[in-house]
Write a protein that binds this ligand. Structure first.
Ligand code: XMP
Length: 324
């Protein structure tokens, strides 16, 4: 039997009861596979790795060792939420690595998007490998591979998963949600008691804010990006609008402004919001004018170094969802 092929008669997990049945079955399978050995997991805080973590914690508790690498390119509050949910609420064995300086030092002056992606992906594996080598007695590596990853295998997520670890580490894989579609993973996450904000989280690129802080990343523009993005999220949440993905972008050019009667020369913030089914094509939602005005006023008042706010009206195609 091909373990990576979804059986034709496998039921779609679309109710809490089916999710509970799936969890019970997986807990048994994981316990049988792992025994009393330890399992390592790179926990980004995204939907897939979070659900795998919660499932493994249920099955084997502190035999699961989670490593959360903060590359300094997370959205505001996301690393904190990982620590709060997994370490404080679920008593997970969680290693938190703040690698912000390492990543930002390596990225300094690098303005080519593909180069930035390679640096972030490569350094992520390096940091994770270092942590893995410090630990003893790890036999298994858990991954949040889901069925579309197997079907597509187009590499979009390749650097996100830790498939690039050196072979001498010799891990056996544990991939409990590999036959599930995204909506099923979310259903399982809810049944495991994960917070809605985590289970419903928007897609977030592996290189994180790194591809939204355009050109060569600086700490100043990264801070403006993180703060403006947090304001956007707060304001969209307050409207109750259901938008597939939205975020801010900070380009690497400045424009003239006037603040307190004095000339300013500051960064623009671009708002990007899209609705899509599969991310292959996307449309731009009509955010009410009053909401856009409120977001604009708040960003201009609350985010230092920003003097202009724009809304990107470009559908995909021609524009991709991300700017880099
Ligand atoms: P684009 O920009 O290609 O994005 O229209 C389509 C979807 O993929 C996400 N995306 C990425 N995800 N690593 C990822 O894991 C990446 O390098 C990456 N680039 C884009 C993007 O956020 C959107 O949801």
């Amino acid at each position: 039997m091909d373990n990576n092929k979804r059986p034709a008669d496998m039921q779609r997990i679309n109710t809490p009861a089916l999710a509970k049945a799936f969890i019970a079955e997986q807990v048994e399978q994981i316990q049988a596979q792992v025994g009393d050995k330890k399992v390592l997991l790179a926990l980004s805080g995204g939907v897939d790795s979070s659900v795998v973590a919660a499932l493994l914690i249920k099955a084997i508790g502190r035999q699961l060792v989670c490593v959360h690498v903060n590359h300094g390119l997370m959205r505001k509050g996301e690393s904190e939420q990982v620590i709060e949910v997994f370490r404080n609420q679920m008593d997970a064995n969680l290693i938190y690595v703040d690698a912000t300086d390492r990543f930002l030092d390596l990225l300094a002056g690098v303005d080519e998007p593909e180069k930035k992606r390679k640096i972030i992906g490569g350094e992520f594996i390096k940091v994770f490998e270092e942590e893995a080598r410090k630990l003893e007695g790890i036999k298994f590596l858990a991954q949040g591979t889901i069925y579309p990853d197997i079907l597509e295998s187009d590499g979009v997520k390749a650097h996100h998963n830790v498939g690039g670890l050196p072979e001498d580490l010799n891990f056996e894989l544990v991939e409990p949600v590999r036959l599930l579609f995204k909506d099923e993973v979310r259903q399982v996450g809810r049944a495991l008691g994960l917070p809605v904000s985590m289970v419903e989280r928007q897609p977030f690129p592996g290189p994180g804010l790194g591809v939204r802080c355009l050109g060569a990343i600086t700490r100043e523009r990264l801070a403006a990006l993180r703060e403006s993005d947090a304001i956007l999220r707060e304001e969209i949440a307050a409207t109750g609008m259901n938008i597939w993905q939205f975020f801010t972008v900070v380009p690497d050019f400045r424009s003239t402004g006037v603040r307190d009667g004095k000339r300013a020369f500051d960064w623009p913030v671009i708002i990007r919001a899209v609705n899509t089914v599969d991310a292959m094509t996307a449309t731009v939602p009509e955010i009410p004018w009053a909401v856009l005005q409120r977001i604009t006023s708040r960003i201009l008042a609350e985010v230092p170094g920003v003097c202009r706010v724009l809304y990107d009206l470009t559908p995909k195609p021609v524009g991709t969802i991300e700017w880099e």
